[in-house]
Design a protein around this ligand. Structure first.
Ligand code: GDP
Ligand code: MG
Length: 743
């Protein structure tokens, strides 16, 4: 703690110094000027916002002020640094998370661009996973919007501290107090307003820093200097009065959360004598413990407020120190997470890694904990938006970009070897002495969302099939929530994804980046099948291929397990079976598993994957020299026989739905839900709004956003999330079969 405070004192001193002579802090690209590696001076942050709130514009200004770029791009000119994807430029939404490193006041900022659309949950979640803090941008004339709510919930799930930046305060219809109210009401968190707008003749001319009681004026567009004037009763009677009231309010609010500050206020019997350093310290704690959120404001477009926002990121958002603690169990081995894979035209696949421990070097071997595979890093870079600089090593806390990897996918936890991981695991269990599961601690159980929609994809010609397969393989590494499968019945490649926009964007990327004009079939809901009965059967294959005799004998059971979700393999433990299976080689087991996976891949009813199933292996015999392919096909055949005989029922994806609506529309919302086969789980109050939580089949949610807008005159917002696969009634099942077969 004292360390923290020292840092803070230091920061404030630096800030003062820097504000007086800003040119001294201009750090252009040069890492040489960065002080010795110091975790406390790193900020890994993301910026989240509703579309059009000003994320791109604000990022651009940050890069400009840090000295990383010379000219400011404007969104409507389509030349901003972070929006390097064509689609992003056209749609005006952020699809690929670009990482940008830059320096501000002796600190390194690693800005990780979070994707803007809710359909990209996998990408959003991977990004959130590696962030230490988030800046949430609001449009000053709109306050909290639908997507703000979604990103806020996601940041809640990952316990990420946040500050709010209210942008577009130059607009005459902006209202900072309305924004604070909407934060309290819709996000259900106390907002601590640290700045006030200074408006003259309907123009935003400056900002009051509530804590220091200073008037901040920002220079002209190209002038990076800002000036601070201490407010005084004599010269600025009105502003001074406002600022004082606001400062007292901040201290009052903070005293509710921070005992140390509360005691200080009581002992001093005055608000004025509380020093700014003390307030900053309390605010930092409250922010990092996520008990309240500091609110800053500005107009990025008019170049007001961005530098002070960056100062606040240093002051209130955490450094990587706390998040990397658990990874210190890796001792002198490096550890990091691959949170983004991007295919670069010149450099090939690039893997973005958030470093959690040690340092990574060029030429290093990296081992994926989840997949148990290793490969070599040939090049190492640091990313500056679409510009990469080669480096020899990247240290803990920072973002490394790895070149030359062929297998690593988004979400992998990387270290030097399996034994390094085993050792870290041991260290962890020794130190914690609790029975806590380690997977969530190391973040290797992060969920890959279920692809609930799918559609077929066809190349424009047979000649482009290979190129299409290649493109899909690359896109899958970038985005594991995209599933690519092959349906042998229809001889079609099938894409599975999170939503219509998700799949549409994949199609567009294939067109733009790979120049393949692929056709998408109609969007369909992804169903599953579940066996109806427990059954046991055996199968023998005996064939001569060439001069080699192939013989396999397998005995299996399928066991329905309602509600478990996946598929598992068990071994018959009876003495007879156990002695037969004890001779099973690893190679044969792999072939058996593969046969099961293929066999369960397409159920007998509508060719959907079969889940909620345990397969029990009772007996296995194999003749010498029998090929693996024969084993796989025998097991597949046996599974298919079992499924046909037992019969299956169809399972449909059911979503968790949360709707926030003004009370006057509650009954309309509820009666609409009841028409959608929904179960209402809960109705709550949040601020002045009603929050309805329900479970609803995905098939009933087609077009829901339009319908909800209509019945609530656009006043309600909703979020959905996959919950589980659920059995359907016979008549609903009939409808599902019709929709799948198209008749
Ligand atoms: P994003 O979708 O969150 O990345 O938002 P952009 O940065 O692309 O901005 C959306 C639109 O709002 C663009 O036309 C910007 O020029 C405009 N904009 C951004 N910041 C401001 C601001 O401070 N004031 C005003 N009036 N407009 C802004
Ligand atoms: Mg943008």
């Amino acid at each position: 703690m004292s360390n923290c405070l020292e840092n803070m004192n230091f920061n404030i001193k630096i800030q003062r110094l820097c504000l007086k002579c800003h040119h001294m802090t201009k750090l252009r690209f040069s890492t040489a000027k960065l002080p010795k590696h110091d975790l406390a001076k790193i900020r890994n942050i993301g910026i989240s916002a509703h579309i059009d709130a000003g994320k791109t514009t604000t990022t651009e200004r940050m890069l400009y002020y840090s000295g990383l770029i010379d000219h400011m791009g404007e969104v409507h000119h389509g030349n901003t640094v972070t929006d390097f994807m064509d689609q992003e430029r056209e749609r005006g939404i952020t699809i690929t998370s670009a990482a940008v490193s830059f320096f501000w006041k002796n600190h390194q900022f690693n800005l990780i661009d979070t994707p803007g659309h809710i359909d990209f949950t996998m990408e959003v979640e991977q990004t959130l996973n590696v962030l230490d803090g988030v800046v949430v941008i609001l449009d000053g004339s709109a306050g909290v919007e639908a997507q703000t709510l979604t990103v806020w919930r996601q940041a809640d799930r990952y316990n990420i501290p946040r500050i709010v930046y209210v942008n577009k305060m130059d607009r005459t219809d902006s209202n900072i107090h309305m924004c604070c109210e909407s934060i309290e009401k819709k996000l259900d968190v106390s907002s601590i307003l640290l700045q006030l707008p200074v408006v003259e003749n309907n123009r935003l001319v400056g900002i009051i820093d509530v804590l220091s009681q200073e008037l901040i004026s920002y220079g002209s567009t190209t002038n990076k200097n800002i000036s601070r004037t201490q407010l005084s009763k004599k010269e600025h009677p009105e502003l001074f009065d406002k600022a004082q009231k606001a400062r007292i309010k901040v201290i009052e609010q903070l005293s509710d959360f921070d005992d140390e500050l509360a005691n200080k206020v009581i002992s001093l019997e005055s608000f004025d004598s509380i020093s700014t350093i003390e307030v900053v310290k309390a605010l930092r704690n409250v922010t990092q413990e996520r008990r309240a959120v500091p609110v800053l404001l500005g107009s990025s477009y008019k170049n007001l407020g961005v530098q002070t926002l960056m100062d606040s990121i240093i002051l209130y958002l955490p450094s990587p120190e706390s998040t990397t603690k658990v990874f210190s169990h890796f001792e002198d081995h490096f550890c990091g997470r691959a949170f983004k894979v991007k295919h670069d035209k010149q450099r090939g696949p690039l893997v973005f890694v958030r470093m959690y421990n040690g340092l990574i070097k060029k030429g290093q071997k990296v081992h994926s904990v989840q997949r148990g595979e290793s490969e070599q890093v040939s090049r190492l870079y640091v990313a500056y938006a679409d510009d990469y600089r080669e480096v020899d090593q990247v240290e803990n806390g920072n973002i490394a970009v790895l070149g030359g990897l062929k297998k690593t996918i988004c979400g992998d936890l990387l270290t030097t070897s399996q034994s390094a991981y085993e050792k870290a695991k041991k260290n962890f269990l020794k130190k914690t002495s609790s029975q806590d599961s380690l997977e969530p601690q190391f973040g290797i159980s992060a969920r890959v969302p279920e692809p609930v929609f799918f559609c077929s994809i066809e190349p424009p010609s047979m000649a482009t099939q290979n190129a299409l397969d290649q493109a899909l393989a690359e896109l899958q590494r970038e985005d594991p929530s995209l599933r690519v499968t092959y349906n042998s019945e229809t001889a079609q490649t099938v894409l599975g994804g999170m939503g219509e926009l998700h799949l549409e964007i994949i199609r567009e990327r294939i067109l733009r980046e790979y120049k393949i004009d692929a056709d998408l079939g109609p969007l369909q809901i992804s169903y599953r099948e579940e066996p109806l009965e427990r059954l046991t059967e055996e199968l023998r294959t005996d064939v001569k291929i060439g001069s080699i005799r192939n013989s396999v004998f397998v005995k299996l059971s399928i066991i329905p397990e309602e509600g478990v979700g996946g598929v598992s393999l068990k071994f018959d433990k009876s003495p007879e079976s156990a002695s037969n299976l004890s001779g099973l080689s690893r190679r044969n087991l792999t072939a058996i598993k593969q046969g099961i996976a293929v066999g369960l891949g397409q159920g007998p009813k509508i060719s959907s994957p079969v889940i909620n199933t345990t397969v029990m292996l009772h007996w296995f015999e194999v003749g010498r020299g029998t090929s693996d392919t024969i084993i796989v096909s025998t097991v597949t055949q046996l599974i298919q026989n079992l499924l046909k005989e037992s019969g299956t029922c169809i399972l449909e994806p059911v979503m968790l739905l949360e709707i926030v609506t003004p009370p006057e529309h509650l009954s309309a919302v509820m009666s609409d839900l009841s028409r959608r086969r929904s179960a209402i789980n809960n109705v709550d109050m949040r601020g002045n709004s009603k929050v309805v939580s329900a479970t609803t089949p995905l098939s009933e949610l087609m077009g829901y956003s339009t319908d909800l807008r209509t019945i609530t005159s656009g006043t309600a917002v909703f979020t959905t999330e996959f919950l589980q696969y659920q059995r359907m009634s016979p008549s609903d099942e009939e409808n599902a079969i019709k929709s799948v077969r198209g008749f």
